[in-house]
Ligand binder design. Structure first.
Ligand code: AMO
Length: 429
């Protein structure tokens, strides 16, 4: 192997022994007779020291390497309380695994602010930076713990198609593609499939899902390709059963991240307390009342960014549900309750991070609802068929992974939370 230890794995037991570490050269300080090299690996950093007179050839070779070159370094692990980690590697031999070109398109440790587009254009280098890496380590934790939570609650992980013959959310914001001469679309969400699965007896399913949305707007909170935790559960009494899963999943993952990712949270300067359960529920009607005190807002209007921000200013808590939306503001599959829908949004610091509902499970009612909205039910035959032969009451939610991270980590732009963002202007790298 090209390494015997990661930088953070070396312990006092290794002092006085030969070790091999490998990674990227972050910095070289050449003092003439002695040089100090900082090597970075996935766990952290270590110092390599070389004295010129001990090995002039090797000295010359390493100090002339461009920053960010990749090497495997071999030598004695020597205790030294004055350097990081309390030890240094006295270089005896090195393998150059990849020499970096110069100049670098952007720096890794430089404090100068690089603009976001340069960072995204060079994401592979951006991801070498501590702050960027920390976001994706927390993303990794969030998904792991959300999955663990859902599995413990009896949800099974499923993977539904991303190419489909009809638009899933009913809207027109779909990416169209050519499927062997026929029209097809990228799914906007797993909505139709996760509902079909409720007719199978699986009862509880979840998916780490991709959403593809041809939305025109270019904002700091929208992506054209985003990810979500989608769940669907059967035999619910009403939307409250679904909301409980959403809030408990959120608290479970936050607690786990607080326990396990303190290093990353410190790098990102995030200091938060676990919210208390249950999260407050605010009815849409109450939201209207609050908004009408300050702006012109009509019952039945959608809540946009401005309205969500204004509402948040009036509330003392950060995570809360908005419930009992007017039926017309919600998609066709939401269960009506008079003029309201059994639907909810989960808001985090004034931004929707999840939305869900109890669904219509009665075939006739669903067809009528779709027709009343002017939808062509013929396009939904495969979906509707699943409602005809035994479909239990069910509901679920879609929980935006990038939206959660953006709020949890206080990031200004949602693009920070996905490796290679897709927006109106960006389809590369
Ligand atoms: P909705 O369209 O509200 O509901 O999406 C659910 C959640 O997904 C996230 N999200 C997005 N994140 C970034 N960019 C986007 N363009 C984007 N669109 C959505 C948000 C949002 O709250 N099928 C339903 C869910 C359900 O009822 O189960 C749906 O897709 O965090």
């Amino acid at each position: 192997m090209l390494r015997s230890h990661f930088s953070k794995e070396v312990s006092e037991n290794d002092y006085g022994k030969k070790i091999r570490i490998a990674g990227w050269i972050e910095d070289i300080r050449n003092l003439g007779g002695i040089a100090f090299i900082i090597l970075r690996d996935r766990m952290g950093r270590a110092q390599i020291t070389i004295i010129k007179r001990m090995n002039p050839e090797l000295f010359k070779e390493i100090v002339s390497l461009p920053r960010e070159s990749v090497i495997s370094a071999y030598g004695l692990c020597q205790k030294n309380e004055k350097v990081m980690n309390g030890w240094e590697l006295l270089l005896e031999d090195m393998e150059i695994l990849s020499k970096a070109s110069t100049p670098l398109p952007m720096g890794v440790i430089d404090k100068v602010n690089v603009d976001f587009d340069t960072r995204l254009d060079n994401r592979f280098i951006d991801l070498r930076r501590e702050e960027t890496k920390a976001i994706f380590m927390i993303r990794h934790s969030f998904i792991k713990h959300a999955s663990d939570f859902l599995r413990k609650r009896g949800f099974i992980e499923v993977h539904t198609p991303k190419i489909t013959a009809s638009s899933s959310e009913g809207g027109t914001e779909v990416f169209k593609l050519d499927y062997f001469g026929k029209d097809a679309y990228l799914v906007q969400s797993p909505q139709l499939y996760k509902q079909i699965l409720m007719a199978t007896g699986f009862d509880r399913v979840y998916e780490i899902a991709w959403y593809f949305r041809a939305e025109e707007h270019d904002t700091s909170r929208h992506l054209n390709e985003s990810t979500a935790i989608d769940i669907e559960m059967a035999f619910i009494s009403n939307e409250e059963d679904v909301m409980k899963i959403a809030e408990e999943m959120t608290n479970y993952t936050i607690q786990k991240i607080l326990d396990e990712n303190s290093k990353e949270l410190e790098i990102l300067n995030v200091d938060i307390d676990l919210p208390s359960l249950p999260y407050p529920r605010i009815k849409y009607d109450e939201v209207v009342e609050i908004l009408q005190r300050e702006i012109d807002f009509k019952w039945g209007d959608d809540l946009g960014t401005d309205e969500e921000n204004l509402l948040a200013k009036h509330l003392e808590y950060e995570l809360y549900f908005i419930t009992k939306f007017p039926l017309e503001t919600k998609p066709f599959y939401a269960m009506p309750n008079g003029k309201y829908a059994r639907a909810f949004d989960l808001e985090y610091k004034g931004m929707e991070i999840a939305s869900g509902a109890q669904r219509i499970h009665d075939y006739e009612m669903l067809v009528n609802r779709m027709e009343s909205l002017g939808m062509n039910v013929k396009n939904f035959e495969d979906y509707l068929k699943a409602f005809k032969y035994g479909m239990p009451p069910h509901g679920g939610f879609g929980y935006g992974i990038e939206r959660f991270l953006m709020r949890f980590l206080n990031l200004k732009n949602i693009r920070e939370c996905i490796l290679f963002p897709r927006d109106r202007k960006r389809i590369r790298p």
